[in-house]
Design a binder for this molecule. Structure first.
Ligand SMILES: Cc1cc2nc3c(=O)[nH]c(=O)nc-3n(C[C@H](O)[C@H](O)[C@H](O)COP(=O)(O)OP(=O)(O)OC[C@H]3O[C@@H](n4cnc5c(N)ncnc54)[C@H](O)[C@@H]3O)c2cc1C
Length: 142
């Protein structure tokens, strides 16, 4: 039986999973595939991974969880969670209901773009939310 459910397999959820996995906890990580920087072609400023595609960082994170038999990752969306006296009852969008002792919400945030017609097409392609993240590519070596 799982002890902990982590909702969200972005950098936060995967980091929590690997620490709990190394602590010999039985962990289920659930993800709906709607991560914050999906619009970005490459992420920057993360030591050792400068210029990597966001999806590749997540793939590597999941790959490094694989040796831990006490961690499972499922691509499902959690739609409900109820706190009972000493556990949580969690429901997924496929109707699955599961019980856990601990619940970690690592669902990230959703950015709200300004109300400007057509801005979505340029988000992360000229309209940037952060100068350190995706506004500047990795400089070429000389
Ligand atoms: C355009 C853009 C570019 C960026 N570039 C960089 C960069 O270059 N370098 C950098 O360090 N940071 C960058 N960031 C910031 C970076 O994206 C965030 O810091 C990081 O994604 C936060 O990780 P997280 O795990 O908290 O959230 P997220 O990465 O958003 O992950 C949350 C996860 O939770 C899942 N989830 C949410 N609700 C549910 C649910 N109900 N059930 C199941 N799963 C759920 C989502 O599917 C998602 O995969 C950028 C952000 C944006 C918007």
């Amino acid at each position: 039986m799982f002890e902990v459910i982590i909702v969200g397999a972005g950098p936060a959820g995967l980091s929590a999973a690997i620490i709990l996995g190394r602590s010999r906890r039985h962990v289920l990580v659930c993800d709906s595939g709607e991560y914050r920087n999906a619009a970005s072609h490459a992420l920057h400023g993360f030591l050792s991974r400068d210029g990597i595609a966001p999806a590749e960082l997540l793939r590597l994170g999941r790959e490094q969880l694989r040796p831990y038999e006490n961690i499972e990752v499922r691509d499902i969306k959690i739609v409900d969670a109820i706190h009972q006296a000493d556990h949580f009852e969690v429901t997924a969008d496929d109707g699955t209901r599961l019980t856990f002792r601990k619940l970690i919400l690592a669902t990230g945030i959703v950015d709200e773009l300004p109300d400007i017609a057509g801005i979505e097409a340029f988000y992360s392609q000229g309209v940037f939310h952060c100068p350190y993240c995706d506004a500047l590519p990795v400089p070429a070596l000389h």
